[in-house]
Design a protein around this ligand. Structure first.
Ligand code: NAP
Length: 326
């Protein structure tokens, strides 16, 4: 039975990946931070097969211990301070966890290593936010980075140090440069889920308005369930490499809102939406659109859920959750 170790198990991608790897017959270990993590307690019933392992990306000894204890074949480093807005307020924490945390994971992997004929394979969760003020459209694996947030800067460090450890120590280490991916498990702080949840609540009479920041931005949005498959595929290749994972389509903030509201039968969404400067980013990422050709050609990866399908799925989930609260 192959063994997988996942950091960020309580996050959106950690849950999708655990489900996917369990389906493939893996033994799944999930790193849980804190002494009584309420998010992990909440997911226990849905994921009884995930073996919790204590640890924190700020604490190298805990990561080494986790590697020694679990002896994984594959490590997926998904843990991070991942919310861009928070990274502006807590830049040092973001640099420590999202940036230096990667170095600590790589060190733990290098120190423990895995069996000699079967070294640990490492996946790093890089991000399209590294492209920031984009230098070309669409963005691919060779597009230069220009991050526009402390989060983006920390991810650039994490990405570069992963490449450096691969080249310096011959680690099987891959970076997936993933564009935005969403789904019913997305945290409520993220704009897609904030919008789908508000559309559901407004429809049910539980909320009167939705307050957002800038709506002019454009993103390449996919479904998280499709993207975790690409992570796994990267670790099944003969040679480690970096891949952009994206849909190749871009949609505006306005399209997102309009689609979510029309899913609940509201066509005049402008009546319910107000913009507030406090939700504007100090520096915005205007146009993200990825070129997934390499992942499609070399990994054979394709996405299954399109943008309208994704929003439909998220709104249906929020309607179900919010109706149960009434
Ligand atoms: P998420 O839902 O925000 O989950 C983040 C995870 O990181 C949580 O499990 C959190 O644990 C954990 N974490 C935070 N601080 C930690 C620490 N000090 N030590 C260990 N774990 C810690 O993020 P996601 O959407 O699943 O994304 C997964 C990864 O992909 C992240 O690295 C993210 O930056 C990256 N990424 C995401 C997207 C996207 O669109 N979703 C796109 C590109 C890249 P707690 O719950 O205990 O706080």
């Amino acid at each position: 039975m192959p063994r997988a170790f996942i950091t960020g198990i309580t996050g959106q991608d950690g849950q999708h990946l655990a489900e996917f790897l369990h389906g493939k017959g893996y033994e799944v270990f999930g790193m849980v931070k804190g002494q009584n993590n309420p998010k992990f307690t909440a997911m226990r019933d849905e994921f009884p097969y995930v073996e919790p392992v204590p640890g924190d990306l700020a604490d190298l000894p805990s990561l080494v211990k986790a590697m020694e204890l679990t002896q994984p074949d594959e490590v997926y480093n998904l843990g991070a301070i991942s919310f861009v807005a928070l990274s502006f307020n807590q830049a040092e924490l973001t640099a420590n966890i999202t940036g230096l945390g990667v170095l600590r994971m790589l060190e733990a992997v290098r120190m423990v290593g895995g069996a000699q004929n079967n070294p640990i394979r490492y996946y790093q969760a890089s991000s399209s936010e590294m492209f920031g003020k984009v230098r070309e459209i669409p963005q691919n694996e060779r597009t230069p980075f220009h991050p526009r947030s402390p989060y983006g800067c920390a991810k650039v460090f994490g990405h570069d140090i992963t490449v450096n450890y691969r080249e310096s120590y011959d680690l099987y280490a891959c970076s997936g440069i993933l564009f935005n991916h969403e789904g019913p498990r997305r945290g409520l702080e993220f704009v897609t889920r904030k919008v789908t949840n508000a559309a559901a609540r407004i429809k049910l009479g539980l909320q009167e308005e939705l307050v957002l920041g800038n709506l002019d931005f454009k993103r390449d949005w996919g479904y998280a369930g499709d993207y975790v498959k690409a992570m796994w595929l990267m670790l099944q290749q003969d040679e480690p490499d970096d891949y952009v994972v994206a849909t190749g389509e871009t949609h505006s903030g306005e399209e997102l809102v309009s689609l979510a509201f029309s899913e609940v039968g509201i066509d005049d969404w402008q009546r319910y939406v107000r913009q507030d400067q406090k939700f504007f980013r100090p520096a915005e990422v205007d146009l993200l659109i990825g070129d997934p050709s390499k992942a499609q050609t070399k990994l054979g990866w394709t996405r299954e859920v399109d943008f309208p399908g994704l929003i439909k799925m998220m709104v249906a989930n929020d309607l179900r959750i919010e109706s149960a609260k009434r």
